[in-house]
Design a protein around this ligand. Structure first.
Ligand SMILES: *Cc1c(COP(=O)(O)O)cnc(C)c1O
Length: 392
C-alpha cells in the first residue's frame, strides 16, 4: 500500500529535510561559494553528472536545494529552481521556452515588468507577443498561432484581480503544442497548485507570500517534467540569476508558516472586503472571495481559498485616493504584498503617476483605485484604521 502523503502544513513545516549528522533541526546555512572534491576522480564524476554532489553555489547548494525541494513538494512538481528574484524566474521561463520567431500569449493585466521584459527586450530578438484578457478563454484561443510556444498566465492578476481558468488554458496551450506557465505569486501554493490543473511550469516571486516577511527578494520555478526542469536550471545557471544560501535559509523559515499566514490574512481580507462594500465612500470592491466578483465561482473551483488581495474604487477619484494614503496609520504606504504587514497603494498618485490619465484608464488604473494587501494584524484594528482614514 502506498503511504498517504502528509498534509500541506506538515510538508510546509518539515520540507524534505531530515536532521543531518549534527542533529540540526533546521537546514544549516552553507555559506560557501565552492565545494571541495575528494580527489580528481570525484571532481570528474561530479562534472560528468555520474555522481551527485555540490560543485559551486551558482550551480547548486545544500541550503538552496532544501528550499527548492520544499517548494517542489507543495507544488507537486518534479523539482524546483530557485532564482535571485521573481523577475529572474520570469526571465528564466521565457529564455527556456522562447527563441527566434517564437510567439507568446500572456495575460494583459500581468505583472508590469513581466510584460515590459518581452516588449522592451525579447522583441529585439524576434519574439512576438500578444497580451489578452485570459479570464475569457476565447481571447486566448483567438490569439494562438502555429508559432506559439508559451502561454503565460497570471491568476489571480493584479490589481484587476482577474482569474483565469488554468485547466482550460492548459488544454488550449497543449492543443497548439505550446507550454503553459502560471505565475502563482498571488495565490501562493497554499491556495492554488497549477501543475495539478495541467500547467507545465509554475513560478513565484517568493518576495511575496512564500517568504512572507517583506525582508527577502527571490523567486522559484517548479516544473512537472524532469527534462523541462533540467532545461530551466541550465538557463538559471548560465544567466547567473542564482539564489544566495542566506536568502534560501530565510525563505525556508518563512515557508513553514505559509498556511497560518495565508489563512489569517484571507480571513481578515474577507471581513474587510465586506466592510468596504458597504462603505458610502467606496464605489466598488474587487475581491475574489465576494460573490459580486465576476470569476468568484471559477476561483472557488480552482483555488482552496480567496487570498488577501483587495482592490477598491473610491468615489472621490484622485483626491480621495491621495487623502486616504495620507490618513492611514496602521497600513503602510508601500508596494509589494504577501507579507505579515498590511500595505496600501494608490497607483494613480504613486506607482503609475507618470502615466497619462488616458493610459492609466486603459490599463485599469483608474483615479480612485486603491490596492490593499491585507496582513495578519487584528482585523478590528485594520477596519478602524480604514474607518478613521475614510471619514471626516
Ligand atoms: C513581485 C512580482 C513579480 C516580480 O518579483 P520580484 O521578486 O519583485 O522580482 C512577478 N510576478 C508577480 C505577480 C509579482 O507580484
Amino acid at each position: 500500500m502506498q503511504a498517504k502523503q502528509p498534509g500541506i502544513n506538515s510538508r510546509l513545516v518539515h520540507g524534505t529535510y531530515r536532521p543531518d549528522a549534527t542533529g540540526a533541526v533546521n537546514v544549516p546555512i552553507y555559506q560557501s561559494s565552492t565545494f571541495a572534491f575528494r580527489n580528481a576522480e570525484h571532481g570528474a564524476a561530479l562534472f560528468a553528472g555520474r555522481e551527485k554532489g555540490y560543485i559551486y553555489t551558482r550551480i547548486g547548494n545544500p541550503t538552496i536545494g532544501a528550499f527548492e525541494d520544499a517548494v517542489a513538494s507543495i507544488e507537486n512538481g518534479a523539482g524546483g529552481v530557485a532564482t535571485s528574484s521573481g523577475l529572474g524566474a520570469v526571465n528564466t521561463v521565457y529564455m527556456t521556452v522562447l527563441g527566434q520567431g517564437a510567439h507568446l500569449v500572456s495575460t494583459a493585466s500581468v505583472y508590469g515588468p513581466s510584460r515590459g521584459l518581452v516588449e522592451k527586450h525579447y522583441r529585439r530578438y524576434g519574439v512576438e507577443a500578444d497580451f489578452v484578457d485570459t479570464s475569457d478563454l476565447d481571447n486566448l484561443k483567438r490569439a494562438m498561432r502555429p508559432e506559439t510556444r508559451l502561454v503565460y498566465v497570471e491568476s489571480p492578476s493584479n490589481p484587476a484581480m482577474q482569474v483565469t481558468d488554468i485547466a482550460g488554458a492548459a488544454a488550449i496551450a497543449h492543443d497548439h503544442g505550446a507550454l503553459l506557465a502560471v505565475d502563482n505569486t498571488f495565490a501562493s501554493p497554499y491556495l492554488q497548485r497549477p501543475l495539478d490543473l495541467g500547467a507545465d511550469i509554475v513560478l513565484h516571486s517568493i518576495t511575496k507570500f512564500i517568504n512572507g516577511h517583506a525582508d527577502v527578494v527571490g523567486g522559484v520555478i517548479v516544473a512537472g517534467d524532469a527534462g523541462l526542469l533540467a532545461r530551466l536550471r541550465d538557463v538559471m545557471v548560465q544567466t547567473g540569476c542564482s539564489m544566495d544560501p542566506h536568502q534560501a535559509f530565510l525563505v525556508l523559515r518563512g515557508l513553514k508558516t505559509l498556511g497560518l499566514r495565508v489563512e489569517r490574512a484571507q480571513a481578515n481580507a474577507m471581513a474587510i472586503a465586506r466592510w468596504l462594500e458597504a462603505h458610502p465612500m467606496v464605489a466598488s470592491v474587487r475581491y475574489i472571495g465576494l460573490p459580486s466578483h465576476p470569476q468568484h465561482e471559477l476561483a472557488r473551483r480552482q483555488m482552496s481559498g480567496f487570498g488577501s488581495m483587495i482592490s477598491f474604487e473610491l468615489k472621490g477619484g484622485l483626491e480621495a485616493g491621495r487623502r486616504l494614503m495620507d490618513r492611514v496609520r496602521l497600513a503602510t504606504l508601500a508596494v509589494s504584498l504577501g507579507g505579515v504587514e498590511t500595505l496600501i497603494e494608490h497607483p494613480a498618485s504613486m506607482t503609475h503617476a507618470s502615466m497619462s490619465k488616458e493610459a492609466r484608464d486603459a490599463a485599469g488604473f483608474t483615479d480612485g483605485l486603491v490596492r490593499y494587501a491585507v496582513g495578519i494584524e487584528d482585523v478590528e484594528d485594520l477596519i478602524a484604521d480604514l474607518d478613521q482614514a475614510l471619514s471626516g
